[in-house]
Every structure is written in C-alpha cells, then in structure tokens.
Design a binder for this molecule. Structure first.
Ligand code: ADP
Ligand code: GLC
Length: 496
C-alpha cells in the first residue's frame, strides 16, 4: 500500500475561489502529496466566481444524482480541471440552484439560509463522484464544517458500500468558531436516520451541528498547529467543544500548514514591484516605495511601514487594534491595511486613514496582488489575533523579510520566535495578553528596534528569511497520519 488514493474535499481552493487560508491549504497540500507519489483528487463547488474559461473547465460526461434524504434526489453535474502547475485533478460540483450565486457562503455578511442543504449536497456529491469515477479513496480528507458531514456519511449511508469498504476519514479543523449550526430539519437532507440526532453525535440544543458530527465520526482530526490543538481543549478556545475535544484527544493532531513558496517568495513573485532575496534586499526598498506611493503616504525610506492583511473579523484582534491605534499613531510609523469584513471596522479604519493621511493607508476590499505588495514593501507585519488556528500571513512575512508582530496564540506562537536582544535571536515580536496595552507596547518595542537597534533588526530579518515551512514536510506528516487512519480502519473492518 505504497501509493494512497486521497480525496480532498474543500469548500474553497486556490486559485479558483478563496475567502481565507483554507483555500491556500486546499490548493497547496494536494500538490505536495502528489509530489510524494500519491493519487490525489480535489473536489470543490463550482461557484459563479470560478472562472470556466480562465481555468479551462471541461464537463465530465453525464450527470450526478445525489440523494437528499426525504427531500428527494437532486441532480448536479461535474466540471474538471487541474491544480496549476500540476496534474492533480480538481472536480467542480455544479448545481445552479445551490452554487449559482455571487457569494461562497454569504452575501453582504448574511449567510445563505440554505447553507445546510448546499453543503450537505456538496458532501454527498463528493461521495457520488468518487463512485462515478470508480475512485476508491483510502482516505477522505474533509475540511471545516462545510464538509464535516463526510465522516458521518461514511459511517452511516455508505457504511456497507463496497466502494468505501476500507475508506477512512480525516477532518481538518481550520477554525472551531464556525461550526455549521442549523435547525434540526438539516437531518432531512442528511437522510441518515433520526437515531443519529442525539447529543453524542449531531444534536446540539435541539439543532444540528455539522462540525460536531464530523468530530465524533472522523477517524482522526487535525487542528492545523500544535498549539491550537492544545488550545481547543480549553474553555477559552473551545467554543463550547472543549469537553468533546478532550474526549477525542486520542485522535487529535496538530500538523502545521506549509507555504506554497512558488507563490509566496520575493525572488519569484511577479506581483511585486521588484524581486529580491536574502542576498540582495535592494528590491525590497523599491517595493516599499511603490507601496507608499500606492497608499499616497510620504515616500520615506527611514520610516517603518507596518503591514496588515486580514479578514476584518473579531478573531483577528481588530478590536484591540482599534483601541490601540491612537497611541500607535503618535509614533513615527506608517501603517497599511488591506481587509474587508465587519462594517464597523471598515468604517473605523477608513476614518483613521482620513484623520492620519500621512501615516495610515487603507484599502477595504479583497485584492490578491496588493496582499503580495504589502508583504514585500512593509518592514513589519501585524497580527494581533485573539485566536489563530495556524495563520499564514505571518509565515509569508518571514520569507519577505517583514518581521511579524503577533499575539502568542495558536500557529502564531508556533511559527514566530520572539526577539531576544541578548543573542539577537528570534524572528519577530510577540505579546501575550489580549489587551490594547500589550499590543501598543509591543508595536513600540518593534519600532524602537527598527530605529535604535538597526543591527539587531537586520539580524532578525536574516533569521526570518532563512525559515522554511515547506509543504513537503507537512505532506509527509499527513501521509503518516493517513496511513495510521487506514490501519485503524482495516482493524475495525476485520473485527466486523
Ligand atoms: P484566515 O484563513 O483566518 O483568514 P490565514 O492567515 O490562514 O487566515 O489566511 C488568510 C489568507 O487570505 C492569506 O492568504 C491572506 O493573504 C488572504 N487575505 C485575507 N484578507 C485578504 C484581502 N483583503 N485581500 C487579499 N487577500 C487576503
Ligand atoms: C483558518 C484559520 C487560519 C488558518 C487557515 C488555514 O481560516 O483562521 O488561522 O491559517 O484556516 O488552515
């Protein structure tokens, strides 16, 4: 069993559709697994934003019948493409009624009312597709609540299906805050029998919680960093699931995400003003100037530019930043912020920019090229998250020589080493308390280091740029986890 058949099912995948880091992971991990010799297939919905022409999507013959419990059968179709620079097949589940809409999950911040049916349909469609392709997965790898129904389906509807006789499941938790909570009518779409509607499986407060079902039924769960895997066992980070996670700790893992360095390296990045690398940082100065120009900030080379690229959500510590910002604006710094999300934050930070046009630049929206330009042109990068399962931007920042200022939580704590003036070690600046005071003090510390301890700053930058978080390493860890899942499944089957 050297070569594994792996089915990765995700609600968003780079470059086709993205709202956050899940898409980066779902676009990069499969390529790394493929490079290790495995047969990996990816399944995602065909939203309107998926550009058929650009990615040369080809229809797969025939249609896909998906039984939706007591709601009857739904019919979808399938389009096919590959992940860029690879031969990894990506299948897009097409269903006009469910996915022919402008948003992935919501519009104007309001979740679609039929998200339960949309993603239960999608999860079932992935199972039906595997059958249609005669692809017998050794492991189905589900991600977050959207596809958390998969481990449940595998143990119920498909429990005695010979096509999945030895198939195991892994559920990656990229964010425990979002759980897929729905009215109990979601059971109708699942169609697995009401005996599974109980507090030890899918029920929560008389409703259905899809993530809970996934956590209970998956053969293993992965929480995208070691620290986050620990944190979710506590009340502070458990979102009500701490006891459940504690019970399931025997199957909980914390494999850290990697980085796709083909996309996120200043030496090859075609989206930035001038490429650079650790041996020649002159391009970084050009990028800084271009960034200041883009945000109409004074083009000073001496000032530290602090970058921020983020969903504007409470998770990301935007409340702390809003409290701290006036004190930070007293410093000799520039801040550039790219983000979209909560309306109050969009208005608030736009307001700060109009009060401090020479210090604070803001772009409300989603723009991939600009996110690269901020990584490249900034000297420091801010992530004051309240919680952060892994976090990718701080890891991208390291590679661009942009020192992260982070709150020591989840993946931020695991990937950034705090500056130690004694031996000039470290790769960034950390704070522990989730308070605006701690945030302000740490920004001051970083700014002080920039101005007053230039040698140390350069040394830290050098340390940062030497760090590697290759997907290859993470993919190898996934493979050994997949193998242990498969061994466990075989044992179970033999006992039946
Ligand atoms: P999360 O998934 O919680 O949003 P991550 O740090 O894992 O956090 O990943 C966020 C990803 O989304 C990064 O690739 C980041 O560059 C990107 N991103 C976030 N907001 C924006 C934005 N407004 N414009 C462009 N890219 C963004
Ligand atoms: C989630 C988390 C983020 C993580 C990403 C990819 O969106 O909020 O911390 O990096 O998933 O795993």
């Amino acid at each position: 069993m050297d070569k594994l058949n792996i089915l990765i099912v995700a609600s968003e995948v780079v470059p086709f559709a993205k709202s956050g880091g899940l898409a980066d992971v779902a676009g990069a991990l499969p390529k790394a697994l493929r490079a290790l010799g495995h047969d990996v297939r990816v399944v995602m919905p065909r939203y309107y934003v998926v550009d058929k022409q650009k990615y040369a999507l080809k229809p797969l013959e025939g249609s896909l019948g998906v039984p939706m419990g007591s709601l009857g059968e739904e019919w979808g179709s399938v389009l096919q493409s590959v992940l860029p620079q690879s031969d990894v097949p990506v299948y897009f589940i097409e269903h006009e009624g469910f996915f022919g809409r402008p948003g992935l999950y919501d519009e104007e911040g309001k979740g679609y009312e039929d998200n339960d049916r949309r993603f239960i349909f999608f999860s079932k469609a992935a199972m039906q597709l595997a059958k249609k392709l005669r692809f017998r997965p050794d492991v189905i790898h589900a991600n977050d609540w959207h596809t958390a129904a998969l481990p449940v389906l595998l143990n119920t509807t498909y429990a005695f299906d010979p096509d999945f006789a030895y198939t195991g499941s892994l559920l990656s938790i990229h964010n425990l805050e979002h759980q897929g909570r729905f009215p109990k009518s979601a059971m109708d779409a699942l169609g697995i029998g009401w005996e599974h509607f109980n507090v030890n499986e899918l029920e929560e407060y008389d409703g259905v919680n899809l993530l809970k079902g996934g956590i209970v039924h998956a053969d293993a769960i992965n929480a995208v960093s070691k620290k986050y895997a620990q944190e979710i066992r506590t009340r502070e980070f458990g979102w009500g699931f701490e006891e459940l996670i504690e019970q399931k700790a025997y199957k909980l893992h914390g494999i850290l995400n990697g980085v796709d360095y083909e996309e996120w390296s200043p030496a090859v990045d075609s989206l930035i003003a001038q490429q650079f690398d650790i041996d020649d940082l002159s391009g970084k100065a050009v990028c800084k100037k271009a960034l200041q120009q883009r945000f109409t900030l004074p083009q000073r080379s001496d000032v530290p530019v602090i970058g921020l690229v983020s969903r504007l959500a409470e998770q990301k510590g935007i409340g702390l930043l809003a409290e701290a910002i006036w004190k930070i604006m007293e410093l000799d710094v520039q801040i550039v912020l790219l983000g979209a999300g909560e309306k109050w934050a969009e208005h608030f930070f736009s307001d700060v920019a109009s009060k401090y046009p020479e210090k604070f630049g803001v772009y409300i929206g989603y723009e991939n090229a600009l996110s690269h330009q901020i990584e490249a042109g900034s000297g420091l990068f801010l992530m004051p998250s309240l919680f952060e399962p892994c976090g990718l931007n701080q890891i991208y920042s390291l590679r661009y020589g942009t020192l992260p200022i982070v709150r020591a939580t989840g993946g931020l704590d695991d990937t950034i080493e705090n500056y130690n003036a004694k031996d000039k070690s470290g790769t960034g600046f950390k704070f522990y308390d989730a308070t605006s005071q701690a945030l302000t003090a740490t920004v001051k510390w970083a700014v002080h280091t920039w101005y007053e301890e230039k040698d140390d700053f350069e040394q830290l930058r050098d340390n940062a740029m030497r760090q590697r978080f290759d997907w290859k390493v993470a993919a190898e860890e996934y493979v050994s986890l997949y193998r242990s899942i498969i061994r466990g499944r075989r044992k179970q089957e033999e006992q039946i």
